[in-house]
Design a protein around this ligand. Structure first.
Ligand SMILES: Nc1ncnc2c1ncn2[C@@H]1O[C@H](COP(=O)(O)OP(=O)(O)OP(=O)(O)O)[C@@H](O)[C@H]1O
Length: 332
């Protein structure tokens, strides 16, 4: 296998709009390279094109144009070869709730063409590796959400893939189960030199887990690199001021007039609000910003200066805020 486990070049995928509506360009020239043995995060908000990318790379969907190779094989010309080398864990559970985890694993192994004895051995290996011994012979429906999701991942590994695709592996899990899943994914990639491509809309997940990241917006990769590299592209600090019953227009006007405050965002949710701005020197700007807000009669709470986060990176590259794309307004 080449050093890249996934190479996608200029992928375009167009869906018919239907009823006279224009076509939907779900992928608009998406290019992606994932080195073998790494965890790569495809990060983007709903509708960015993450699932469509995964479908093309797992051969479930044919691109309108462009090319891609996965585990050294061409997804369009050699889809069968690609499928033999990958595992895919979709958003919904792949486990049969009427079977036990062990029976699910055996069935998946049999479907992959393993004989009875080999399938049982593979299931036992995965039960052991995922620490399922206690649950292995209970109905899958009785498992906790986190354990069920781990079973999904184990099912994705039955065929000993080179590349594992995880579509939103922790959506719907509580924080503890999410952290356990992160540990599992890290362990998997470390132990087996497995390449993992995971889609997520959790910035924290991408930051903690991914060796490399591609930020996807409107069907294109708008920024790529390690989480630290991406954050390092932003110089300066983020200044955040909690607001009490704010007048968004007034706050935007006042903050926008403070020299040195850039990319001022005002986010209002019910009686609470938040001012977020970028600045080359956060500590120096706290005083002038608070003075300006107070002299305009704006009531505020906590003030914080922080180093850039992936949220800021996304804002810079996609031109809109991550956490509240619909509610945030940008003033420049
Ligand atoms: N089968 C389809 N027919 C028409 N449009 C589609 C189809 N599948 C996806 N789309 C559209 O393509 C765009 C990208 O969708 P996609 O599901 O890839 O995004 P996503 O980033 O995975 O979002 P989510 O996090 O919601 O799964 C969206 O505008 C979506 O509505």
């Amino acid at each position: 296998m080449s050093a890249s486990a996934i190479e996608a070049h200029d992928l375009v995928k167009t869906y018919p709009g239907g009823r006279g509506r224009p076509d939907v360009r779900a992928l608009d020239g998406l290019t992606l390279t994932v080195p073998a043995g790494t965890v790569h995060g495809l990060l983007g908000p709903n509708g960015a094109g993450k699932s469509t990318t995964t479908k093309v790379l797992t051969t479930l969907s044919t691109p309108t144009s462009g090319a891609a190779r996965v585990a050294g094989q061409d997804v369009i010309r050699e889809p069968g070869q690609v499928r033999r080398r990958i595992g895919y864990v979709s958003q919904g559970t792949g486990a049969d709730q009427l079977l036990t985890p062990r029976e699910n694993l055996v069935m998946a192994a049999r479907l992959r063409g393993l004989g009875r004895a080999a399938a049982s051995a593979r299931a036992a290996e995965l039960v052991d590796r995922f620490g399922f011994a206690e649950y292995a012979d209970r109905g899958a429906a009785t498992l906790s959400g986190g354990t069920r999701r781990k079973l999904d991942v184990a099912l994705g590994l039955v065929g000993s893939p080179h590349v594992l695709f995880l579509d939103e592996p922790t959506t719907g899990l509580d924080p503890e189960a999410r952290a356990a899943m992160w540990d599992e994914i890290r362990r998997l990639s470390g132990e087996d030199a497995l390449t993992v491509l995971l889609t997520t809309h959790y910035l924290e997940e991408a930051d903690r887990l991914a060796d490399g990241l591609s930020i996807v917006d409107r069907g294109r990769v708008v920024a790529a690199g390690t989480p630290d590299e991406l954050k390092a592209t932003l110089r300066g600090d983020t200044l955040t001021v909690d607001l009490v019953e704010p007048d968004a227009d007034l706050v935007r006007r006042v903050a926008g007039a403070v020299p040195g405050l850039d990319e001022v965002l005002v986010h209002v949710e019910g009686p609470a609000g938040r001012l977020v701005a970028r600045t080359p020197d956060g500590p120096m700007l706290v005083g002038p910003t608070i003075a300006a807000l107070q002299s305009a009669g704006v009531r505020h709470g906590a003030v914080a200066v922080s180093r850039p986060t992936l949220d800021d990176v996304y804002l810079r590259h996609a031109g809109r805020s991550w956490t509240s794309a619909e509610t945030v307004e940008v003033a420049r």
